[in-house]
Every structure is written in C-alpha cells, then in structure tokens.
Write a protein that binds this ligand. Structure first.
Ligand SMILES: Cc1ncc(COP(=O)(O)O)c(C=O)c1O
Length: 329
C-alpha cells in the first residue's frame, strides 16, 4: 500500500539478527509506536500497566482506552500484584506494559517472573527498552563487562526468549538517531503495517537518520563491547563515590542511569544550577514527575565521557553535598 525508504529493510534485517527476534518493524519514534501499537494489541481487552512505566506508554494506554480497552495500574515491578490483577480483570486480549531498563531507576524489571505470568495467563508482555537497547545485552564468558555483549537489549540480557514478548526500543539514545523498533513475529508485523496509523499516515524517519543508524550498527559490531566496558567502569566510579558519600540512589543495577534524590525536594533548582555552573548537565526530576521522596537529579554517564570528566563530576558532587544535602542511605 505504501513505500518506505529502502534502508528500512536493511536495518530491519540487521536489527532482527542482532536481537535474535523473529522479525522487526521500524517507526520513527517510540512515542509513535506506543500511541499506535498499544491500541492495536489491546483492542477492547485489558492493559495492565506498570506504575512506573514511561509517560509515552501511559499515553498509548489512554489512546487504547479510547478504542475500548480497560486500563489497570499495577504496582511497580511487583509480579504478585500483577497476578492479582490478571485474576481480577480477565477480559482478553491482555497486554502487560512496562519499561525494560527503567528510565528513572536504571533497574531492570523481574522479567522472568513477569514472563512466566504472561505465558500462564496468555497475555503479551510489551516492554519498552529505550534505555537498555545499545547498553545491555546477552551474557557470556567473552563479555567485556557485566552489561553483557552486543547491546541487544534487556530480554537477551536476562536470558529470556521472545515467546509472548513484544519488545520495543529506540535508536534515539545509544545510537543518537531518530528511529525506533518493534520486535515481533512476522504475522504481527504484517498486521501492524496496516493497522498502526503512523505507519500509514505519517512520514518515515529521515534517510540521513537511517544512514546514521546503519553506521551505528557497524560501530556496535566493531567496538560496541569496548565502549560498553568503558561505560560500565565510569558508571561504577560514580556509584562507588555516591556510596562513599552515603548518598542514596535508586540504581541497584550498575547501569548508567543514576538518579540521586535530595534530602529536601525544594533544593532541586539550586542543585541543578550549582552543577550547571560547574559545566555539568544533569536531568532534573521534579515532583509530580517523580514521587516527592525521589525528587533529585539523574546523571547519565556516557561512553564519550572521559575519566577526567568523571573526576570533575565526583569533585562537583562533593562540593554540592556540602551546600545541598543529598538524601542519605
Ligand atoms: C523509556 C522511554 N520510552 C520512550 C521514550 C520516547 O522515545 P522517542 O523519543 O523515541 O519517542 C523515552 C524518551 O526519553 C524513554 O525514556
């Protein structure tokens, strides 16, 4: 029915191989994907959505509700709570939505437990791994760091199969390109091509961006694991330093999203300004975007940061802690 750039097919083939999935479909962003794919998969059934799922997943659920789905909120990363909801709200089809590596905590979900439930209750587990893809991947003896190899995402990292899983992810983070994907069986891909509205009614990702994804895939193959080893080591330095400061962080995984809550939420703007004045940009997490006790800043170490820059960051955190108390463990 419609044309898409030739590069779509090349990227889909390489991506499908990288993920070890049955097939994959590209759309420009995860926001497009959640808004259009969640309503198709949920139809007039039930969506069980993790309380800490990303805002764009929630928006997709609101769209699905408009199409007749029932949306229920499940306590964050709590398989027992999900099981109770699956029994209480039996209407099919059933879709369980959550983040992979969570965008604020930096932690993975208890995927094995959620998958067992999804398979038992014939639900699809819909996972947004925007922050895992490109960073975490399959584990083996050759791995250069605990992040695993190849950056092929949270499902492979946790040693799970794609049975009853729809994995979504994006290239806007690790690959700095405007593109996102759905890993799914070929039948679902064919269905989505004609039922997910942006695939039919919105433009494709720009060709320049597709070209940068292809180069990104080459870089990933050639030296992705070396970059991930660097990323792991620099993130470790940061986490160990926070430990020394007695500062609390939500991060339990060692993955490179490190949220640092403040003792007093009202100090947030001052803390952000203090770090920015010292050349350090962090993402501010304000209430009500996060619970009041988690108001703080999110540090994202990247593989492009140098060791000297990390030292600068640690020094700035020491000075910050003297003027703006960090929440303590
Ligand atoms: C977990 C998660 N999902 C989705 C998105 C949105 O991604 P996109 O820019 O591809 O729409 C983000 C962006 O920050 C994110 O962190």
């Amino acid at each position: 029915m419609l044309g898409s750039p030739a590069l779509y097919r090349q990227i889909e083939a390489r991506l499908t191989e990288l993920l070890g999935a049955a097939d994959s479909l590209l759309l420009p962003t995860l926001t497009h994907i959640h808004a259009s794919v969640i309503p198709v998969l949920a139809s007039d059934g039930t969506i069980y959505v993790d309380a800490r799922a990303h805002k764009t997943i929630w928006d997709g659920c609101v769209a699905a509700r408009g199409h007749g789905a029932t949306v229920v909120r499940s306590a964050h990363d709590d398989p027992e709570a999900l099981e109770r909801l699956l029994r209480r709200h039996p209407k099919t089809p059933r879709l369980v939505c959550m983040d992979g590596i969570n965008s604020m905590t930096g932690n993975p979900p208890d995927l094995p437990a959620f998958l067992a439930l999804a398979r038992e209750h014939d639900a699809l587990l819909y996972v947004d791994d925007a922050h895992g893809f490109g960073v975490v991947g399959e584990r083996d003896r050759e791995e250069t760091s605990p992040y695993g190899r190849r950056g092929n995402g949270v499902v492979r990292h946790l040693g799970q199969s794609y049975d009853h899983v729809v994995l979504t992810g994006g290239f806007s983070k690790a690959y700095s390109s405007l593109l996102a994907f759905i890993a799914c069986p070929p039948e679902l891909k064919r269905l989505l091509k004609v039922t997910a509205p942006p695939y039919l009614y919105s433009g494709p990702s720009p060709v320049a961006s597709l070209a940068s994804v292809l180069v990104g895939l080459q870089v990933n193959e050639a030296r992705g694991d070396d970059l991930r080893a660097v990323l792991w080591a620099r993130t470790r330095r940061l986490l160990d330093h926070l430990d020394k400061l007695g500062a609390y962080t939500l991060n339990r995984s060692g993955f490179p999203i490190v949220e640092v809550p403040l003792a007093d939420p009202d100090d947030l703007a001052r803390a952000g300004r203090f770090l920015l004045d010292r050349g350090i940009y962090v993402t501010l997490a304000f209430y009500p975007g996060v619970p009041r006790e988690e108001v703080g800043f999110r540090i994202q170490v990247t593989a492009a940061n140098t060791d000297d820059q990390v030292s600068e960051l640690l020094g700035a955190l020491d000075r910050l802690a003297d003027v703006v108390p960090l929440r303590q463990v």
